[in-house]
Write a protein that binds this ligand. Structure first.
Ligand SMILES: NC(=O)c1ccc[n+]([C@@H]2O[C@H](COP(=O)([O-])OP(=O)(O)OC[C@H]3O[C@@H](n4cnc5c(N)ncnc54)[C@H](O)[C@@H]3O)[C@@H](O)[C@H]2O)c1
Ligand SMILES: O[C@H]1[C@H](O)[C@@H](O)[C@H](O)[C@@H](O)[C@H]1O
Length: 349
């Protein structure tokens, strides 16, 4: 377990797929005061290949084996979301801090069990991987909202476009895999809970496979603010995550800019990211560095298990709204006082 005296955090990465391998690379080569002590995957061959990029990391095949080994001070959990609950309960039991990729769990019942286990453990151990809170544009917009320099925030408009969804993507995953980020974003920007969710589905792209795509999601917060999301998971054009914020005295757009704008032979424009790994690279880097540093000091500063639970409750309402075509109320259990002083707003550095 980490102590304030420790100067290097030994991290085990569980799940060596797309996200886990990216985190191994980040921890091994782009993060200070840490090293990857183990890579854990049921596919040990994959774990071995990924561990080779983190010289000296052990290769293990299960969370049980990891916890018995004692070779990690903290865990990055990057297995598919439906496997998170079981792993998190074991990691909490072992008293290890964990950066859990989103979603905390895909449904509110299991998410609440995780929250209750953390409360019973008596200290915060979980940070959820809502990396957008570490994106420079997100942080600047949050500062603008909090400072009230443009007056009151009136509305938020989000566009979330993926180039294409995997074949196994479902309507439910549109909500709990993708829109979960906007549920967290709205809660982060406003500092309020979301009270209701509706989903409308109109024309569908011929490229959509088994999902209905795009979809239009609207949420409302405790004070009445409306926010909407165009979620389009087979948009073809690349990866885009934009937000427009409408204030009483102005408008802010984030995510649409570019450091590289090209004009040539009758065309002008900028490149579009191919995926989240590049669009949010700086945000993931900062997320992981701040998590390592906070963990070395025995703290969790980023999005909490409560944020994971509250967004899971929004997802349940969103899936019901998709199915019923109604405005669905978000049901939340009482918030334990345990989380009352935790804002989940990382320090603005
Ligand atoms: N923050 C983001 O932007 C972002 C982006 C992509 C994925 N994610 C999240 O990261 C998580 C992983 O997604 P991914 O796209 O990397 O998935 P993936 O399918 O590419 O990788 C998952 C890995 O977990 C391994 N695994 C499965 N069961 C296991 C078990 N019981 N123990 C150990 N390993 C096991 C698989 O073998 C695989 O290597 C998901 O929760 C996903 O929602 C987050
Ligand atoms: O799992 C991914 C990931 O969370 C991305 O950040 C999001 O943009 C995608 O829509 C989702 O499928």
């Amino acid at each position: 377990m980490s102590t304030p005296q420790q100067d290097e955090l030994r991290v085990a990465v569980v799940g060596a797929g797309r996200m886990g391998s990216d985190h191994v690379d980040r921890l091994a080569h782009h993060t200070l005061r840490t090293r990857v002590s183990a890579v854990v995957d049921v596919d040990v061959e994959r774990a071995g290949t990924v561990a080779a990029n983190a010289g000296g990391a052990e290769v293990l095949s299960s969370v049980d084996e990891l916890l018995a080994s004692g070779i990690a001070d903290a865990v990055v959990l990057a297995t598919p979301g439906f496997l998170h609950e079981e792993a998190l309960l074991k990691i909490i039991d072992a008293g290890l801090p964990v950066l859990c990729e989103k979603p905390l769990t895909p449904d509110p019942e299991s998410a609440l069990r995780v929250v209750e286990a953390e409360v019973a453990a008596g200290r915060q151990l979980i940070q959820v991987g809502f990396m957008r809170r570490f994106d420079a544009g997100y942080r600047r917009l949050k500062e603008t909202i909090d400072s009230a320099e443009l007056g009151e925030l009136l509305m938020l408009h989000h566009q979330h476009r993926n180039p294409e969804a995997p074949a196994e993507f479902t309507d439910e995953m549109v909500i709990h895999d993708s829109v979960v980020h906007e549920f967290d974003a709205v809660r982060y920007f406003t500092g309020e809970e979301i009270t209701n969710v509706s989903v409308r589905i109109g024309r569908t792209t011929s490229r959509a496979g088994t999902v209905r795509d795009p979809q239009h999601v609207t949420v409302q917060t405790q004070s009445g603010l409306l926010a909407d999301v165009e979620i389009f998971v087979n948009a073809q054009i690349g990866y885009q995550v934009h937000t427009q914020a409408t204030f009483e005295n102005g408008l802010v757009k984030i995510g649409e800019g570019s450091e590289f704008e090209l004009t040539t032979a009758g065309r002008s424009g900028h490149e579009i990211d191919a995926g989240f790994v590049t669009r949010f690279r700086d945000a993931y880097d900062l997320e992981v560095q701040q998590w390592v540093d906070a963990t070395l000091h025995g703290r969790i500063d980023g999005p909490s298990a409560w944020d994971g639970y509250a967004t899971a409750a929004c997802c349940a309402a969103g899936v019901a709204a998709q199915r019923n075509g109604t405005i669905e109320h978000v049901e939340l259990a009482p918030k334990p006082s345990f989380y009352s002083s935790h804002t989940g707003s990382p320090a603005l550095t």
